[in-house]
Design a protein around this ligand. Structure first.
Ligand SMILES: Cc1ncc(COP(=O)(O)O)c(C=O)c1O
Length: 398
């Protein structure tokens, strides 16, 4: 029998707003793991059971749906192995992500690729592995897919509004309905199997109406194509489900119930109705992860108080420069209350872009103290480099 684990001997200042962002069970698990003598900062702790629970919730309120985890959110082999064991599908974008899935024993019928512009190398590898589903949004991509994966099932990426999404994706990918019709027709002429439509409402989407607009637009395309004899069978709603960073966000259940209603209202039910593919990334791992970092310095620049920690923009917090804000829990071993200050929080590198946040009100820590950053499981390590020689955080599944 496993020994019950002892809670942390370190004292952390848990504030009321933290309790809304992380469950007591997950926090306790993390605090216990921090006390392990071998734990070095920076480290990313991921709660295995939290990921399992998220996978149970996602898709459970959308009829006829399949979930494909977007590997880009966190490609740690520990995560891929866990999700593979749970029977998840995977959405991949590159030969590197394909290799990770293959290593975890994921069969090709559980893999799709929704990257609309793929490399030759990836297409060759995916064809060889037996991947059948490919997104596209240009004639050139149709030509590439027809060449490397003749007869592949392809789905067209529609451009949809990304308003209210903290990480918009609409500019780079997707076409309007008219162009989509031409592309689908062209794909059919090239011997491919145009099977459906995809879109992405933008990552960290807290605006439920983005899905309304996207689904209405998909319906228009579906109907036009049907009139031309091009019958689709699936809609891939991409990712976008949000997690709580600094405040609570709309729940997955509410988002999915709305999507399910819209699908039922807009598409034929039963045998001719669409199968729904969901590609969550952030929502699977984002709030299952916490960074454990150390304060490596404090400084005063003009009238600003700066806190320097050992993880920053380059080695694990890239999204901070796109506006994602994190919540911090500060180690506080002193009995008397310590003063609160407004901090500029910076990473360890010599680059002046390495600033994670400004004006963050926190109790003053000492150099060497631990700072915990909540909701760091997604788009953190997957973006990280060892710029300036600073190591990337180790990942631990607890
Ligand atoms: C094609 C595609 N699918 C799924 C995702 C995952 O999105 P999210 O992490 O917002 O769920 C992304 C993210 O960039 C994406 O580009």
């Amino acid at each position: 029998m496993a020994k019950p684990s002892k809670p942390s001997t370190k004292i952390f200042r848990i504030e009321p707003h933290h309790r809304k962002l992380i469950s007591k069970t997950t926090l306790l698990k993390f605090l216990t793991a921090i006390d392990k003598p071998k734990l070095q900062t920076p480290a990313l702790l991921l709660d295995k059971e939290h990921i399992e629970k998220k996978m149970e919730v996602i898709g459970s309120n959308i009829a006829n749906s399949r979930v494909f985890y977007a590997v880009k959110a966190n490609p740690s082999p520990l995560v891929i192995k866990l999700l593979a064991k749970l029977g998840a599908g995977f959405e991949i974008a590159s030969d590197g992500e394909l290799a990770l899935c293959a290593k975890a024993g994921v069969k090709p019928d559980r893999i799709i690729t929704s990257n609309p512009i793929k490399t030759f190398k990836f297409l060759k590898a995916a064809a060889k592995y037996g991947v059948q589903y490919y997104a596209f949004d240009s004639m050139e991509e149709v030509d590439k897919i027809a060449h490397f994966v003749p007869g592949a099932s392809v789905y067209v990426r529609l451009s949809v509004p990304n308003e209210g999404s903290e990480w918009p994706l609409s500019k780079k990918f997707g076409v309007e309905v008219e162009e989509a019709v031409d592309l689908v027709t062209y794909a059919r002429q090239k011997g491919l199997d145009p099977c459906g439509i995809t879109f992405h409402v933008g990552s960290q989407c807290t605006n439920v109406y983005n899905w309304d607009n996207a689904i209405y637009k998909a319906r228009i395309l579906w109907d036009i194509c049907a009139r031309k004899g091009l019958k689709f069978r699936m809609i891939d709603i991409g990712g976008g489900y949000p997690v709580s960073y600094t405040k609570s966000v709309v729940g997955i259940e509410e988002i999915e119930k709305n999507i399910d209603k819209l699908i039922k209202e807009n598409f034929p039910p039963g045998q001719d109705g669409p199968e729904i593919f969901i590609e969550p990334g952030r929502a699977v791992v984002g709030d299952a992860g916490m960074y454990v970092t150390s304060v490596i310095g404090k400084s005063k620049r003009a009238d600003e108080d700066w806190l320097h920690i050992d993880v920053g923009v380059f080695n694990g917090l890239m999204e901070s420069i796109g506006g994602i804000k994190y919540s911090y829990i500060v180690e506080d071993n002193r009995k008397a209350g310590v003063p609160r200050k407004h901090w500029t929080i910076a990473g360890p590198s010599c680059d002046s872009m390495d600033v994670i946040d400004q004006n963050v009100e926190l109790p003053e820590p000492s150099v060497g103290d631990i700072i915990l950053l909540l909701s760091c499981g997604a788009y953190t390590l997957s973006y990280a480099s060892e710029f300036n020689g600073f190591s990337m955080p180790d990942t631990l599944l607890v």
